[in-house]
Design a protein around this ligand. Structure first.
Ligand SMILES: *Cc1c(COP(=O)(O)O)cnc(C)c1O
Length: 283
């Protein structure tokens, strides 16, 4: 297979972009080899800069549920572009998408749009802290919630830089408010809560984690978390950036019948555009 154009582009990119890529997961460093530069995609196929065709098994890490460059999506994007791109004022389309999200995701009564999954999780934690007046939150070992400072601790595949899952540059002050628990273990949650009584604002997790390899929740685990959070006044946040609109129209919360207080969304609602959202109870 000829990949000389990709090789040339990668060599050039390293002069201008750290590591030659805009996300560490694209660098192939942890698995060896060099990245291919993609020129275009259509349906189930990707085409690189050397004209090689590939069957697309990654779906751009989630968003391309309908396949690449679907004619209906493409037509809608072009039609929207005819009206301009940004106004700094409300639009009818925002109301339409908010209504659609609220109708699909069980836990979401109100939703706010942001630009990425990272912004959605950062904002959800801030809301939970504001609501509870508490500072700390619990995240699960190996779960990824984007590249906000307080999440880059035991953050799984999405944060792997040079094989190190924890990012330099995150301060000890920030890290001390992030409590780490193992997934699928309710006793560990009870212990953390006992040791930090009245101090925990939120518990965030990927209900069905994909960033530590695919893992299924044990029978009763998600309901157990729901019960503990209700008892302790902790805001339960499902990060459904990957599972939302994918495991079911209403995400993992629909499949498992457990309703969190807040939900974060991304990837798929953008269909390849940079979009995220977070929402929850009206309260
Ligand atoms: C990708 C991902 C994020 C971050 O979303 P970005 O749009 O890349 O910022 C957050 N949570 C989960 C579960 C993800 O898979």
């Amino acid at each position: 297979m000829k990949i000389s154009n990709s090789k040339e582009l990668f060599a050039k990119a390293q002069n201008f972009i750290p590591g030659g890529v805009n996300s560490p997961v694209r660098a192939f460093r942890s698995v060896g080899g060099e990245p291919l530069f993609i020129k275009k995609a259509e349906g189930a196929y990707l085409y690189d800069e050397d004209g090689n065709q590939f069957i697309e098994l990654i779906n751009s890490w989630g968003p391309m549920l309908l396949g690449h460059n679907h004619p209906k999506v493409k037509a809608a994007v072009i039609a929207a572009m005819e009206d301009g791109t940004s106004f700094g004022a409300p639009t009818a389309r925002e109301v339409e998408i908010a209504e659609l999200i609220v109708s699909m995701v069980p836990s979401i009564e109100k939703v706010r749009m942001v630009n990425s999954g990272t912004e959605a999780t950062m904002s959800a934690i801030r809301v939970a802290r504001g609501f509870t007046g508490r500072d700390k939150f619990i995240k699960m070992e190996g779960h990824y919630h984007g590249h906000g400072d307080s999440f880059l601790i035991a953050a799984g595949s999405g944060a792997m830089t040079m094989g190190d899952p924890d990012s330099p540059g995150v301060t000890k002050g920030t890290a001390k408010d992030t409590l780490i628990a193992p997934y699928n273990n309710l006793e560990a949650i009870e212990e953390l809560i006992k040791a930090n009584q009245g101090e925990i604002a939120a518990l965030i997790l990927e209900p069905v984690p994909g960033n530590m390899g695919l893992c299924l929740p044990k029978e009763g685990y998600l309901q157990g978390l729901r019960d503990i959070c209700t008892r302790e006044g902790i805001v339960l946040i499902f990060d459904e950036v990957m599972t939302g609109f994918r495991l079911a129209k209403g995400g993992a919360q629909e499949v498992y019948g457990v309703t969190p207080d807040m939900t974060t969304l991304g990837k798929i609602i953008g269909g390849g555009m940079p979009v995220g959202a977070y929402g929850g109870k009206r309260e």
